[in-house]
Design a protein around this ligand. Structure first.
Ligand code: LMR
Length: 327
């Protein structure tokens, strides 16, 4: 009888411990505003994951570099201080040189070509290319094509000569601005507004959603519709943490993340034009349209960057990316 009582108490104790077990807390840190494609995808993931695992999973979203800026978020992921980040593809070169393919100027005709490449077999392989370094890519997420901006009108490459441009931490982007005689400076995203306002740099390159939500149009006189490159993301997690999750939870979170990414991508596809219109309607910066001849000049001036990085990236990837342009 005594044994039965002891067993019953042990069972009750373990049942009550299971019921009150702490939820799995997932910190999702990023650097942009909630209303951007990435911000929206992060919030959608929170909604879906918590709905699927009520009381068992808690997702905490930290936008606007609140928790970690882009200099620190990958480190934080590897240290287990956050569980999910979504840095731009330009910020992974420390972990794989292959992702530099996305920074090559004028490689993709538009965001749909980028989408086709990401969904190809070669694209999928890139998501797992950093697992040996402890990083698992859960999916690609769009933001949009980048536009040049500056305090002088940028119509031809000669206009960029001698200007200081803020860039993300990417050697390809550094080479891109050097190719037109610019002076690129690697600066964290959270510091860009101030760097533009105070004249630490003269110009930058950003997609419309970031130009609008971070108010870069207030501190740049001209924005050139160049669509010269892409700013997209990999939603990344810590491989060890991810693989250590109970299988049903990992599967459910993976599904929730894919749904959230599809949602963010829809925002990217459908709202890019709205963000552009909002920047134009604010009437602070003049938006410059390039003629085909002008755009060809930029393409020609920046194309040598491809040859410079093709060895590190792999010609197979550059070719596959180019093929994605064929409709
Ligand atoms: C940037 O640094 O310009 C971007 O990577 C910011 C972002 O996450 O969109």
């Amino acid at each position: 009888m005594k044994l039965i009582n002891t067993l019953c108490s042990a069972l009750l104790l373990s049942l009550s411990m299971a019921a009150s077990a702490d939820p799995i807390v997932i910190k999702f840190s990023h650097v942009v505003a909630d209303s951007t494609p990435k911000g929206q995808a992060a919030l959608k993931f929170k909604e879906l994951a918590e709905k699927r695992f009520p009381g068992k999973v808690e997702v905490q979203v930290f936008p606007n570099s609140q928790l970690f800026g882009d200099g620190k978020e990958m480190e934080a992921l590897l240290l287990g201080d956050v569980q999910i980040v979504a840095p731009s593809l330009s910020k992974f070169s420390k972990y794989t040189k292959k992702l530099q393919v996305f920074d090559l100027p004028f490689l993709f005709d538009d965001i749909h070509a980028v989408d086709r490449f990401q969904n190809s077999q070669k694209g999928h392989e890139l998501l797992t290319s950093m697992e040996r370094k402890g990083i698992t890519g859960l999916g690609f997420l769009h933001n949009g094509m980048k536009q040049f901006s500056a305090n002088v009108p940028l119509r031809t490459p000669a206009d960029a000569k001698g200007l200081k441009f803020r860039i993300q931490a990417s050697d390809v982007l550094e080479a891109q601005f050097k190719a037109v005689g610019g002076n690129p400076q690697k600066i964290a995203f959270a510091e860009v507004y101030q760097a533009l306002q105070s004249g630490v740099v003269d110009g930058a390159e950003n997609p419309w959603s970031n130009i609008y939500t971070k108010k870069f149009y207030e501190v740049q006189k001209y924005i050139t519709e160049s669509d010269h490159g892409v700013l997209d993301y990999i939603v990344a997690t810590n491989t060890k943490w991810w693989n250590g999750l109970p299988e049903d939870v990992r599967k459910g979170l993976d599904e929730a993340m894919h749904e959230a990414i599809a949602y963010g991508n829809k925002v990217a596809f459908t709202e890019d034009d709205d963000f552009r219109a909002k920047v134009i309607n604010a009437k602070k910066a003049e938006v410059i349209k390039l003629t085909k001849a002008e755009k060809d000049q930029w393409r020609k001036a920046m194309k040598p960057v491809w040859a410079q990085f093709e060895g590190e990236i792999g010609k197979d990837l550059v070719d596959a990316a180019q093929q994605a342009n064929a409709k």
